[in-house]
Design a protein around this ligand. Structure first.
Ligand code: CA
Length: 228
């Protein structure tokens, strides 16, 4: 699963440098030169992480971070703040606005990429390459293999992503809109009914192993992946 990284930076040279490094690391860059453009892009599809420049024309990076944290839909997107400021008070302010991490310019691309990886690992476990096991199900993001009770099962790409998301977020209830955001990356142009279709396919794949009950419907709310 390729992580989409939204780069919000108004200086073209730094924007290009960020995009280059993000691409080199195997992530997909999405570029915005100001907060309004960033919001429009976020409204269409949630990025997996935002690299956010503090000093932007118009709405500042700090203000954008606060807005994202105040909205339920966007509050969990990891944010790394980029800034030329080195003052300790500024750092505290940046983190208080909701940023997960903070990096000062000029930064070394290696350090920046290490921070991106660390934040992604912490905030979005489905973005890592680690094998996950829940009950009798084992999923390997690297080989794209899924086994149920030791037997290989075939899943379509969407069912695979859905299962990976569920297995890294067990016991929590997600609405259809949240699943569209998290698994499809798009809650605007995909119908909520689509979620039900893929949930049904996922259950069908797990059913021969008696594991379909892991995918639970929570009435009026959505779905949950649960051991109980
Ligand atoms: Ca700037």
């Amino acid at each position: 699963m390729v992580a989409n990284i939204l780069l919000v930076e108004d200086e073209p040279a730094i924007q290009e440098l960020l995009a280059f490094n993000v691409t080199q690391c195997g992530y997909r860059p999405i570029q915005a030169g100001d907060a309004d453009t960033a919001m429009a892009l976020i409204n269409r599809a949630l990025p997996d992480l935002i690299l956010l420049d503090w000093m932007l024309p118009g709405t500042s990076g700090i203000e954008l971070a606060r807005r994202l944290r105040a909205d339920q839909r966007t509050q969990n997107i990891p944010i790394i703040m980029l800034t030329a400021r080195t003052d300790e008070r500024d750092k505290v302010m940046g983190l208080e606005s909701g940023a997960d991490d903070y990096i000062t310019k000029p930064f070394s691309p290696r350090e920046l990429m290490a921070r991106i990886r660390a934040v992604l690992r912490r905030r979005t476990p489905q973005m890592t390459d680690e094998v996950v096991k829940v009950e009798g199900v084992e999923l390997s993001p690297v080989t794209h293999r899924v086994t149920a009770k030791g037997v290989h099962i075939d899943l379509g790409p969407t069912e695979f992503r859905l299962l990976h998301f569920f297995m890294t977020h067990v016991e929590r209830v997600y609405s259809r809109a949240q699943l569209l955001d998290q698994v499809w990356g798009d809650h605007v142009f995909v119908e909520e009914r689509t979620v039900d279709v893929h949930i049904r396919r996922l259950r069908q794949a797990l059913e021969p192993f008696g594991l379909d009950s892991l995918v639970q419907t929570v009435r009026g709310s959505g779905y949950r992946f649960s051991r109980s």
